[in-house]
Ligand binder design. Structure first.
Ligand code: BV8
Ligand code: ZN
Length: 248
């Protein structure tokens, strides 16, 4: 894959690199994306289930959707796209991966310098008292109950809920310091995550997108590669490694 000189020069000199991923990076692991046709479940669209209102209205249905997604995520394996990002983190003095995904595949691929903007489906918390449950209790109620009697919910950020302030602050600061910003596998529709590449660009970063289709961030990217993450990322990371050695 031919990469422009400007990208190679930036990669060889960059001190701080940031990556934003979305559901597309888990597609090659067999997990449905949020807005793709495969995202529907029992005729429901994810957007209609990932809300506090949906849980309030039918906690059993929403819990079962997350249970199904948890099982899919546990059966899935990190793909070469996840693994390449885990390698990339070691190439730069400063690095941050901000993922919108809740499937835990980046952690399983070995990524350490990362934040989960939208939480993680393998953790729960009490809908009433917020008590955290790092793993899913195997009581046979659906949804399980907290010790206070409240219902458990997945520890994710639903539409209309605020992202964890500390996580958003860390991601915002990283975006404003990055010289190189990757946007991988996201349609760029969900805020405030989709604003991170704009913050980076405004601070002078080179923005590179990897997505087999155009997204709402394509126009603002300096370089947009029409490839699947699992196909493109391993060779992009190898090319960056060589560019950094050459300079060194
Ligand atoms: C909030 C967790 C405010 C749950 C998710 C402006 C400012 C602030 C808020 C808003 C705003 N405008 C609108 C809002 C409200 C809303 C929003 O953004 N709505 C959109 C839809 C218009 N935002 C919120 O509600 C956020 N909250 O800001 O609250 C607030 C302030 C104060 C006080 C109270 C409240 C919370 C948003 C978080 C929602 N939770 N997930 C769960 O997962 O169940 S978001 C959900 O969408 C997933 O996390 C998903 O990752 C994310 C984004 O979708 P994508 O990842 O992009 O996935 P998608 O399917 O869309 O695209 C996949 C892409 O991959 C495609 O482009 C495809 O081409 C590509 N692809 C496919 N295969 C591959 C590939 N790419 C590479 N390789 C491949 N092989
Ligand atoms: Zn409770």
């Amino acid at each position: 894959m031919e990469l422009p000189q400007e990208f190679l020069k930036t990669a060889s000199r960059a001190r701080y690199v940031m990556v934003l991923t979305g559901a597309g990076i888990s597609a090659e692991s067999g997990l449905a994306t949020f807005r793709g046709q495969d995202g529907w479940w029992r005729n429901y669209h994810p957007q209609d289930l990932a809300t506090p209102q949906a849980f309030y209205k039918d906690p059993r249905l929403v819990w079962e959707w997350y249970q199904w997604r948890r099982e899919q995520a546990l059966k899935a394996q990190p793909n070469p796209g996840h693994l390449a990002i885990a390698v990339m983190e070691k190439l730069f003095p400063e690095f941050l991966l901000a993922t919108q995904n809740v499937d835990g595949l980046h952690q399983r691929a070995g990524s350490l310098k990362m934040v989960e903007l939208h939480g993680n489906i393998h953790r729960s918390r009490c809908f009433r008292c917020q008590k955290p449950y790092p793993s899913i209790p195997n009581d046979n109620q659906i949804p399980p109950r907290c010790s206070c009697g409240g219902l458990l919910r997945p520890d994710v950020v639903w539409f209309g809920e605020e992202l964890p302030r500390d996580v958003l602050k860390q991601a915002w600061e990283a975006a404003s310091q990055a010289q190189l910003f990757f946007v991988i596998g996201t349609s760029g529709l969900v805020q405030p995550a989709a604003s991170l590449p704009l913050v980076a660009r405004r601070s002078g970063a080179f923005v590179i997108e990897v997505n087999p289709e155009e997204s709402s961030l394509t126009e603002m990217a300096d370089l947009s590669l029409r490839y699947k993450a699992g196909e493109a990322m391993p060779s992009i990371v190898r090319t960056m490694e060589k560019a950094r050695w050459r300079k060194l």
